[in-house]
Design a binder for this molecule. Sequence first.
Ligand SMILES: [Cu+2]
Length: 337
Amino acid sequence: MEYVQTVLARIAANKFDEASGPGGLLAALEAHRDVASAQSGYRGMDITRSANPEGDVLVVAETHWANNNALADYSTRQPNVEGIFNEHADELVPGSLQTHRMQSDKAGQEAPTRAYDRLALALFVPLGVLAFALLVIYALSRIYLTLPGEWATPLAAGVALGVLGIAWYFASHPYVPRWQIAGLAVVVLGTLAIAGTAAAVYDEQNKEVKTVESPTAAPAPGTTPAAPGAPEIDMGDNFFQDASGQKNPTISISAGQETTINLNNKGQAIHNMHVANASGQYTQSICKVGGAEFCSDPAQVTAGKSAKLVVKFDQPGTYDYRCDFHFDQMKGKLEVK
Ligand SMILES: [Cu+2]
């Protein structure tokens, strides 16, 4: 139960400026809140006035009290709301002042509601906004990571337009019902959650494919697959180079054994590897695969491509090799043991 003193009066239309100015009735009522709130049993004070743009203005001042004694105490003590209205009687329509002592049933349920509202404002709203922002940021980042680069600008523009649209809607509809706000939040969060999860799953699947593919990476078209464990020789402009960085290296192989040398053209020019015959002669100016001498396959290795050279000498010894295109600069020895 709550006890209410209701004081109401009409301000004359031609006095309203005076009443709402400094020192007027409305300012005096506003200033009275502090005085009233210092008294025991005070529960609150409401000042309302009619919203009609012209004519007399009805002003209602309510003070709320915890019990009848507090209200009775307040009513008999100056200053109180009634006294303030009387002091400003010249601003009022004569005879319009009324004072009522009332009681309200809603006090019992109002106190817990207010406590909940205060808690919600102080705690749940900031936490909810924070969680909402984090979820939006996380989901958007997942989506951005998955989308190709050219989608970034349209997506950002779409998100910005969406935010503007929602802001415009709420700004032009100040009394949006709660179910619309809740519905909008559910739709936005649901969309983000679904898109973000889909992006994360897609990303995860792509990662798996990548890691599975990398160890057994298929050779690029036009290249010869490398034989495992074979000597690796790079061809640059214009030199041969082994894995240790040695230029035009001496390549060691075993006698009587077929050895495959992997060749990678890291330069821009065409190169190859041509091994001279046992007499140290190159009978072909540019070797041929399956020709008189051992020759890289393909016989002309273009920039960025790989080749392999299968070589076998039964007799130990030292044999020459070269690049047919740059034989002055690109040449070395094959040591057969
Ligand atoms: Cu060359």
